[in-house]
Design a protein. Sequence first.
Length: 235
Amino acid sequence: MSTHINAASKNDIAPSILLPGDPLRAKFIAENFLNNPKCYNEIRGMLGYTGTYKGVPVSVQGTGMGMPSMGIYSWELITEYRVENLIRIGTAGSFHENVKIKDIVVGMAASTDSNYIHAFDVPGSYSPCASFELLSKLSQSSENLKIPFKAGNIVSCDVFYELKENWWKKWASMGIMAVEMEAAALYMNAAYNNVNALAIMTISDHFVTGEKATAKERETSFTDMMKLALETAIK
Ligand SMILES: O=P(O)(O)O[C@H]1O[C@H](CO)[C@@H](O)[C@H]1O
Ligand SMILES: O=c1cc[nH]c(=O)[nH]1
C-alpha cells in the first residue's frame, strides 16, 4: 500500500498499465475490456483495476487532471508497485485543421509550460519524450487493428481555462499538434526511473473549429484508443 493507492501488494498491479485522467474511464475499460477485473484502489475515488486482456494481466488506473496528480500516481506505480509500461489514454484539444475531432494523437514529445521539471534539477531545458519501444508496439498494433493515429509534439499545460485569447497559436506555429495536461510529467517520471511511458490521446476539443465532445463521450466513447492501448500493453 502506498499513500494514494491501497493495493494490498505489488502483485495486485500488472507491469503494464493504462492511465486515463478520468477514473470513470478506468471503470469503463475494466468493465468492458478486461476479463475478471478486480478493483484495487478506491482512495479519493481514483479507481484502479487489474484484470486480463487476451490472457495477459493489465491494470488501468485513473490519474486525475494535471501534472501534480499524474506525478503522484505514476511515481507510486513505478516506485512502489514496480510498473514498467505506463500508457496514458487521455483527451486533448487539437490546434490544427488536419488533426480532427476523434483523431488519435500520440505524443512523441511533450512540450510544457509547467515547472514540474524543476524537481529533477537538470542544468538546461529538458525534452520529455515517449518510449520508442512502446511507440513501435503501438505502430504495429495500429497496423494490425487498422486504427490510424497521428504522432508528433504535443503540449502539456497547467491551465485548462487560459485567459489569453489565441494563446495556443504560438504553440501551433511550432508544429505542436494538441494540448493536454499530464504527458510531460509522466514522461519525466518514467525517464528518471528508467521505465517506459507513452501518451495516447483522442481529440475531444478543436481550437480551430470549436467542436467539443460531451462529458459522456469523454468517459466512454473513445474505444479505438482503448483498444490500441490494450494491444500495445500486451505486446
Ligand atoms: O481526459 P483526460 O485523460 O483527463 O485528459 C484531459 O482532460 C482533462 C481536462 O478536461 C485533463 O486531464 C486533460 O489532460
Ligand atoms: O487539456 C485539454 C484536454 C482536452 N481538451 C483541451 O482543450 N484541453
